[in-house]
Design a protein around this ligand. Structure first.
Ligand SMILES: C[S@@+](CC[C@H](N)C(=O)[O-])C[C@H]1O[C@@H](n2cnc3c(N)ncnc32)[C@H](O)[C@@H]1O
Length: 223
């Protein structure tokens, strides 16, 4: 696992825990983690779904497969696949399609969200967690990640999820903040090369959207 993904897991672990808790994720769930990177989220999912569950850790970078294999060595239920999020192909439909810090990098985010919607069972979940990088602050001043294709994709996320044909069940934003030495300052330095010293930092808020694929019969009149 890279230093950066370890720190991200540390500073952004709270929105991840909130989202998974909100879903009621549990034993035997089938999940896909799209843009799995070093596999932090895949491992967290594997621990929650248990040995009888399954987590497909998908990334377009073949090197990620080795990283995930290392991170998930103790979890046989994690299956690492080299695939693009634009072209998902799984052996089964899943209960949860998840992505974090992915859509800001892809060419066309709606294509990926639609693919995620297409691999979940009717009535099942799509969860996306993406940042609004320009809403981060160092000593009160805006920061950004101009090298990302869509650095503020988080601000559009609820609309993207709805555009993909999903029902938006919940959506919110959370931002880690801090001052002085600690995980927030370390994470900022890893991300931007900037050491904030004793200046206050608010990291980019992560917008979480919980979407649900309509189930057969949803929307039918009860009369
Ligand atoms: C910033 S990392 C996020 C890793 C992980 N989701 C996390 O939150 O720690 C983004 C990952 O998305 C992958 N990626 C970028 N474009 C992709 C695409 N079109 N399809 C699948 N994976 C992609 C990259 O290879 C990288 O591993």
């Amino acid at each position: 696992m890279s230093e950066l993904t370890g720190l991200r897991d540390d500073v952004y672990r709270r929105p991840l825990a909130t989202a998974l808790d909100r879903l009621g994720l549990g034993a035997r769930w089938r999940c896909v983690d799209v843009g799995a990177g070093g596999g932090d989220v895949s491992v967290a999912l594997a621990e929650m779904v248990g040995r009888d569950g399954r987590v497909y850790a998908v990334d377009s970078d073949p090197l990620a497969r080795d990283e995930v294999a290392r991170a998930a060595a103790a979890h046989a239920q994690v299956i690492a696949l080299t695939q693009a999020g634009e072209d998902l192909s799984l052996p089964e439909q899943v209960d949860l399609a998840f992505c974090r810090f992915l859509l800001l990098h892809v060419h066309d985010p709606i294509v990926v969200v639609r693919q995620m919607a297409s691999v979940v069972k009717p009535g099942a979940w799509v969860v996306a967690q993406e940042p609004i990088t320009s809403a981060g602050r160092i000593d009160g001043l805006p920061m950004s990640m101009p090298e990302a294709r869509h650095p503020d994709i988080g601000a559009l996320l609820p609309a993207l999820v709805r555009q993909a044909g999903l029902e938006v069940i919940d959506a919110w934003a959370e931002a880690p903040a801090g001052v002085g030495p600690g995980p927030v300052a370390q994470y900022l330095e890893s991300l931007t090369g900037i050491d904030p010293g004793d200046e206050p930092v608010v990291l980019p808020p992560l917008v979480t959207v919980i979407g649900r694929r309509p189930a057969a019969g949803d929307g039918e009149s009860s009369q």
